[in-house]
Design a protein around this ligand. Structure first.
Ligand SMILES: [Zn+2]
Length: 459
């Protein structure tokens, strides 16, 4: 087939290392026809690495970034649970239009920072009174519309949310999230699948909010009957209180109990998994399941540090997510993850494996592979014939980059670069961001600003 488009790069990263002076031939759908190294070109772009995968997002929470940092003096210390109260108040006020506006700005920012795919863990299902919209996936459709406007790929994971705690009824403030039964949830899932047909970059997954958000029978039924052809996402073991409550209710810790209800495998994405005992850590790593680590949010909420280095020694799979979106920079997420481990271990080899000491390449590869499975996508090769071309391109003229040999490139990106060192982001063979902005950046920003003023929560 004749190439419809040719893109030239100074370098292109594959799992095996760098190809230099590369021409990428694309078909009319943005899929790769050929990757040809050693072809110099005067107007070649910089260094292309695979687009980052954001494996955990709650889009609406972006509107409250920075709002939960005004702490009362003399009162009890603020923790996750006080943050959650502020988050519920915001969740109750957002209309479908407002959600679309917030998500459009958020996804534009993700693209600007090098993310090409996002898994949206979605629970704001119903209207502010808690009544289902006539289209069950009204809110989900708004997230897909936002993704389509910006060009990011989205895996929409509507989540099952039924109870207000282990054995407890839901609270009034959770009314927009609820499904009364697995059947109810499967109808929502069906509507979600239908909604994904409106955008070729959209797919769907299955989700349980957490063990505290479903009855025993319902969780067991979903685990028994879910369609196994898509990724399965769940928040697990984020908070110490959740572990105490789970133990009091089931006589087991969350991962220990959940792993008895399903055969964990590489299709499962356990979000946070912050507090694990030795046996749970081994269970997850041994099963091939993935942990989605959200370093900036976990740090912001004071959750705790995931046992990352021990998990790496067990060859566990992991990805990153931006969750509440207090941070949107994948390089920063990886750095926070790394430095948390360095600070508690007094060692610097967080991402090192027995096979490779290249921290940058290892971190990019591991986060990408698990992140791709979180989207339900293939992981064989960063860039492969027949696959869509999704990449973030680092500027070759940045001084630290232009003077580095390929040996040091990934580490220069990971440990010294930020968004100003990015030339742009490509999805499906098209530049979605070039020179720092989307073509629609001004409109998206103005629409988002109006939405925030209308919500009135930032005054
Ligand atoms: Zn979350």
């Amino acid at each position: 087939m004749k190439a419809q488009k040719e893109l030239y790069f100074k370098g292109l990263l594959q799992k095996e290392g760098w190809l230099e002076n590369v021409r990428v031939d694309l078909d009319d759908e943005g899929k790769i026809l050929n990757i040809c190294p050693d072809i110099k070109h005067d107007t070649a772009s910089g260094f292309a690495i695979p687009g980052f995968q954001n494996a955990h997002s709650h889009a609406f929470q972006y509107a409250m970034a920075g709002l939960a940092e005004y702490h009362r003096t003399g009162a009890a210390a603020d923790d996750f649970w006080s943050w959650r109260t502020a988050m519920y108040d915001l969740a109750l006020s957002i209309s479908p239009e407002e959600l679309e506006s917030i998500a459009t700005m958020l996804y534009a920012e993700m693209l600007r920072h090098g993310y090409t795919s996002v898994a949206e863990f979605h629970y704001l299902h119903h209207d502010p009174d808690g009544k289902p919209y006539s289209d069950l996936s009204e809110m989900g459709s708004r997230l897909i519309a936002a993704a389509k406007k910006t060009g990011i790929r989205i895996t929409l994971v509507p989540m099952f949310y039924q109870t207000g705690g282990f054995g407890l009824p839901p609270t009034e403030k959770q009314r927009r999230f609820l499904s009364s039964s697995p059947d109810d949830y499967f109808k929502l899932l069906e509507a979600t699948e239908k909604a994904t047909t409106s955008y070729e970059g959209a797919s769907s997954g299955i989700g349980l909010h957490s063990l505290r958000a479903g009855s025993t029978d319902a969780i067991k039924e979903i685990c028994r009957t879910y369609k196994k052809d898509r990724p399965f996402h769940i928040h697990l073991s984020e908070q110490l209180k959740e572990i105490e409550d789970c133990f009091a209710y089931y006589g087991k810790r969350p991962v220990a109990w959940f792993s008895e209800q399903v055969a964990l495998d590489s299709n499962f994405h356990l979000v946070h998994a912050t507090h694990l005992d030795d046996s749970e850590l081994k269970t997850i790593a041994g099963s091939g399941a993935n942990v989605v680590i959200c370093p900036s949010t976990e740090g912001n909420l004071g959750d705790g540090l995931f046992r990352f280095r021990e998990y790496m020694d067990l060859k566990g799979n992991w990805s990153i997510g931006t969750d509440s979106h207090v941070g949107l920079n994948p390089l920063e997420e990886l750095r926070i993850l790394d430095y948390g481990q360095r600070l508690i271990s007094h060692k610097r080899n967080t991402f090192v494996t027995p096979e490779s000491g290249d921290s940058g390449l290892n971190a990019i590869t591991m986060a990408w592979e698990s992140g791709r499975t979180a989207m339900g996508a293939s992981i064989e090769s960063f860039f492969k014939k027949g696959e869509p071309f999704d990449a973030v391109v680092m500027k070759s003229e940045s001084p630290l980059i232009t003077t580095a040999s390929t040996k040091y490139l990934c580490n220069t990106f990971l440990y010294s670069a930020d968004v100003s060192d990015m030339e742009g982001t490509i999805v499906n063979g098209n530049w979605k961001v070039k020179s720092g902005n989307l073509p629609e950046q001004d409109n998206i920003q103005a629409y988002f600003k109006d939405t925030l003023l209308k919500l009135g929560t930032r005054k």
